[in-house]
Design a protein around this ligand. Structure first.
Ligand code: NDP
Length: 449
């Protein structure tokens, strides 16, 4: 395990003590603190005024009851969360996750990561995250709508286009954002389009937002491959997940000439050596809201589905984990390295365990951390806010071209920062330091608040 500078040890101890049991949050803070020793040696002013302690403590945490009535007229109770982590750079910004695993520690880890990710985009957005332990699987459209309405009944008090701007994440896509926005509009009697992003095109959404996270991750990895004179062209790739991020990562990899042979959901994974049929994947996941196990039957021949197991056992040159946190372990990393992986780009947030990251880095595999590689989603959300503020709507081409430029800039900022701080090629260190410095400079200017 990398060591944490002794000046930063007490900060970690406080975080562990104050947030007992929140293991994902501990993991995220640990990983950032590992990188900050080099910063405070070079710029000791950042250790003043408990600045790093303040960065590790959310500005506000809201936990609320979400009662709703299911299709059998029974009352269900879920728990809602919004963690407003840091607003030094702009309104809190970050998605909502609806998944039964959600708890305050997961939302805090995501909000903490989001703060640095948003800083890396160079756009004026702070960090936040929210969600609920609600499980949308198997629920009717009516149930999803009633849940979203009840969730917004409380959340509307805490958000606003200049305060906090939520978006989607796991379990929250265009349908849910529509229901949430409808209820916000009704409760506030304001058409405040900039209060949520990921909206539909008919009511203030941005072109290319749906595609942005997956496309952005692929742009980042393509540029990273370019540093070693490689590209996606002809490379065998594996993408985990089959949701928003995974589907559009696959789409962009295909357009760059790569071959994606497998993807997954929480039941298992599908292998198609001829290349995943993207139209069929979209039909199963976006239209039918079905399971990947249906893929081989619908495809006809040439593919198979593995129940359970690890998708990372498949040989590939590029791996794009795009499902959820800690889905790729040290053991998976060893197998990928043995099988000749050359690059790993995190489409999801913290999908690789700390062990896995170390194994990749030690083996010289190009490794792009999520807070840099998947920042295209939030960056395009910020572009959606710009369009809303100026009552404008950009073309797909213009939006995608802004996204590509932002991703290239993030890549270069991470690479240059890693070099400047004496660790060339270490994108984890580069992302942590570049994101931190931007937030820290703003916080210093704003005084102790
Ligand atoms: P979706 O809900 O669209 O898709 C999630 C995918 O991951 C599904 O295939 C799902 O399978 C699978 N999955 C979720 N939880 C688990 C689990 N515990 N074990 C195994 N598989 C799981 O979410 P997104 O694609 O939006 O998000 C994926 C990741 O990307 C998350 O880490 C999210 O935080 C991150 N991210 C998303 C952004 C966005 O713009 N959407 C932006 C930046 C990061 P199943 O359907 O079976 O549950």
């Amino acid at each position: 395990m990398n060591s944490i500078d002794e000046k930063l040890q007490p900060i970690l101890s406080t975080v562990l003590h104050r947030n007992a049991g929140e293991k994902e949050f501990h993991q995220a803070v640990h990983e950032v603190l590992e990188s900050l020793g080099r910063v405070i040696s070079k710029r000791p002013e950042f250790a003043d005024d408990a600045l790093i302690e303040r960065i590790c403590e959310p500005e506000r945490q809201i936990i609320f009851r979400v009662p709703w009535v299911d299709d059998r007229s029974e009352v269900q109770i879920n728990r809602g969360f919004r963690v407003q982590f840091n607003s030094a750079l702009g309104p809190y910004k970050g998605g909502l996750r609806f998944h039964p695993s959600v708890n305050v520690g997961i939302i805090k880890f995501l909000g903490f990561e989001q703060t640095f990710k948003n800083a890396l985009t160079g756009l004026p957005i702070g960090g936040g995250k929210g969600g609920s332990d609600f499980n949308p699987k198997g629920r009717s459209d009516g149930e999803i709508m009633r849940f979203c309405q009840s969730f917004m009944m409380e959340m509307h008090r805490h958000i606003g286009e200049y305060t906090d701007v939520p978006a989607g994440d796991i379990g929250v896509g265009g349908r849910e954002i529509g229901f949430l926005f409808g209820m916000y509009k009704r409760l506030t009697n304001r058409y405040e389009a900039g209060v949520l992003t990921g909206k539909g095109l008919s009511y203030g959404g941005s072109r290319a937002r749906t595609e942005a996270t997956g496309y952005g991750t692929t742009y980042f990895v393509q540029r990273m491959l370019g540093t070693r004179d490689m590209s996606f062209e002809g490379k065998r790739c594996v993408v985990s997940g089959s949701g928003n991020v995974a589907i559009y990562a696959i789409e962009k990899i295909l357009s760059f000439g790569g071959l994606v042979v497998a993807c997954s959901d929480s039941d298992g994974y599908v292998v198609d050596d001829a290349g995943i049929d993207l139209d069929l994947l979209k039909e199963i996941k976006e239209v039918r809201r079905g399971r990947l196990s249906d893929y081989p039957r619908l495809k006809g021949k040439g593919s198979h589905h593995i129940q359970g197991g690890s998708i990372w056992e498949l040989p590939c040159a590029v791996a794009i984990p795009s499902a959820t946190q800690n889905e790729l372990t040290g053991n998976d990393a060893k197998i990928l390295v043995t099988n000749g992986v050359v690059a790993v780009g995190e489409g999801a947030n913290m999908p690789c365990t700390p062990d896995a990251v170390r194994i990749f880095q030690k083996a010289g595999v190009l490794f792009a951390p999520g807070k840099a590689a998947n920042a295209g989603g939030v960056a395009t959300s910020a572009l959606e806010m710009q369009q809303n503020a100026s009552r404008d709507s950009w073309s797909f081409e213009k939006t995608e071209s802004r996204l590509a430029t932002i991703m290239h800039n993030i890549h270069d900022a991470c690479a240059e920062t890693a070099e400047e701080y004496g660790a060339p090629g270490d994108y984890v260190l580069g992302a942590n330091i570049a994101g931190f410095v931007r937030v820290a400079e703003a916080m210093r200017a704003l005084g102790v608040i």
